[in-house]
Design a protein around this ligand. Sequence first.
Ligand code: 5BU
Length: 283
Amino acid sequence: MVDRHRLSFHSRANLPGTSPFQAQLCSLIEKKQSALCLAADVDTSAELLQVAEELGDVIVILKTHADAVEDWSKETADALLEISKRKDFLIFEDRKFADIGSTVQKQYIAGPFKIATWAHLTTVHIFPGPAIVRALEEAANKLRNAEMETTNGPSMERGILLLAQMSSEGSLVTGECTSSCIEAARKHPDFVTGLIGQSNLRGPQDNFLIMTPGVQLPPDGQIDDSKMGDGLGQQYRTPRKVVLEEGCDIIIVGRGILSAQDRVQQAEKYRLSAWTAYQERIA
Ligand code: 5BU
C-alpha cells in the first residue's frame, strides 16, 4: 500500500474514508496548484481585506488572528467571506482553543468574534482532554442544522486542526499531546480536517492533512536554513524541507510574504517552491 503522502491530492480526495471537507480541500489544492496558506498577520481590517484581494488567487487558505486585528467587526468577516468565495480560498482562524467543552462552544459560536460563522477552519489544543473535540463538533453541527433550516440550502463546511506540534523553540506540544491529536483525528474524521504539525504524522491509512507553520525561504544567496528564526522563538524551515523531506501538505507563511516589496511575486515564489517539492514527493 502506498503511504498517503506519496499520493497526489487528487488521489487522496477520492480515497474511501476521506471526509467531504478533506476531499474539497485536496481538490482545491490540485485545482489552484497551490498548497500555500497565508498567515495574514496584519493590524487592521482594511489591510486584511487588501491582502486577501491581492493574494487570494495564489493561496488555498487565508489564516487570521481576529483578536489581533484592532478594528475587527462583523463587516470584516462578511467582506472576507465574500472575497474567499470569489477567489476560492478557505478562511482559517488560528484561535487555539484550550478550555473545557462548554466554554469553547461559546467562544466558537458566540462572543465578539462568532468564529464559526465565518471560519471554515480553526485550531484546537488537545491538552484539556479529547472532549474539546466533541464539544466543538456538537456546536458546529447545531449551527449547521440551524443554517440549513433557515436557508433551506447547504451550509458552509467547518472543521478543526488539532495542534499536534508547534514550530516554536522549546514547545511542549510533543509526545502524548501529539499522539492524542492523531488518535482524535482518527476518531473524528469528519470534523478533524487535519493536524498542525512539523512532520508527516500520518500512518499509512490516515487521510487527515498536515499543515505547517514556521516556513520561510532563506534570504537570496543563503542555502543553509538551519539557523533561521525571528529571535522570539519562531523557527523556520524551507518549503522544500517541510514538503519533500518531512511529508507535510500545506505550508503556512506570514512574514516571509508580508514583508516583501512585491507580495504577489513573493507568494508565487512560495507557492511554486511548495508545489515543486510536492510533485517531487509523489513522483
Ligand atoms: P510567520 O510570520 O510566518 O512566522 O507567521 C507564522 C504564523 O503561524 C503566525 O500567525 C503564528 O501565530 C502561526 N503559528 C506558528 O508560527 N507556529 C505554530 O506552531 C502555530 C501557529 Br500552531
